[in-house]
Design a protein around this ligand. Structure first.
Ligand code: AMP
Length: 225
């Protein structure tokens, strides 16, 4: 299964991806994680992209497309994956279609997780991440057992530089302007599925399972199998 996770920052794409990775064995490819890794290592790419990421602005389409093309080319044929944070513009969506058409491995569907600004603000201002393994925490809803230390690997827990209210509001504006239109792009391709990202992860996962099963049934009806 090859899928795209769409939705505003804080809709729970990363959390859901963690679950799907375990339950369905899908690879999780997050362009935000790739950029943060480059920034952490201090590579030329990381240095060039830092200003965009810190302000919550989109990095140029050509650069992010090259990154994702490289990453997809490393995936073994038949291995399912989830793209998280890509595509974010219509140009990126079209570039992705071209890359996947060459490989004869089109995307199966785009899952859109809708979420409202108050929920996004509450989730992201409280979000903390492990520097070591990337595990996600929330200062109110899911704090680590020992302050500042990851439960899973003992790594240092930090707050992303772009998880502050001013930048979150900017990221939401950027999402509405650039990423909302690609929801229509996948709707026209009949690949769009929607779930409510405001709900707790367990409920979200249940809703997703229902939506996936319905989709499988509809597909069977359509092709008569
Ligand atoms: P995320 O972790 O998905 O919230 O991404 C963090 C930041 O990385 C975004 O605010 C952008 O600055 C940058 N970024 C990630 N993915 C993309 C993309 N597909 N296109 C442009 N910029 C991106």
């Amino acid at each position: 299964m090859r899928m795209i996770l769409l939705g505003p920052p804080g809709a729970g794409k990363g959390t859901l991806a963690g679950l799907l990775k375990d339950k369905l064995g899908l690879l999780h490819i997050s362009t935000g994680d790739i950029l943060r890794e480059e920034m952490k290592k201090g590579t030329p790419l990381g240095k060039d992209m830092k200003a965009y990421v810190d302000r919550g602005e989109l990095v140029p389409d050509s650069i992010i497309t090259k990154i994702i093309e490289g990453r997809i080319s490393e995936i073994k044929p038949g291995q399912g994956y989830m793209l998280d944070g890509f595509p974010r513009t219509e140009t990126q969506a079209k570039n992705l279609d071209k890359i996947l058409a060459k490989l004869k491995q089109p995307i199966d569907f785009a899952l859109c997780m809708e979420s409202s600004l108050p929920v996004v603000l509450e989730r992201l201002t409280g979000r903390r991440v492990c520097r070591g393994c990337g595990a996600l925490y929330h200062m109110t809803n899911k704090p680590p057992k020992a302050a500042g230390k990851c439960d899973a690997c003992g790594g240092e827990i930090y707050q992303r530089a772009d998880d502050n209210e001013k930048t979150i509001r900017n990221r939401m504006d950027v999402y509405t302007k650039n990423t909302q239109p690609i929801i229509d792009y996948y709707k026209k391709q009949k690949k769009l599925m929607k779930v409510n990202g405001d709900q707790e992860t367990d409920f979200l996962f249940q809703e997703l399972t229902l939506v996936l099963n319905e989709n499988k049934r509809a597909h069977k009806d359509k092709v008569g199998r």
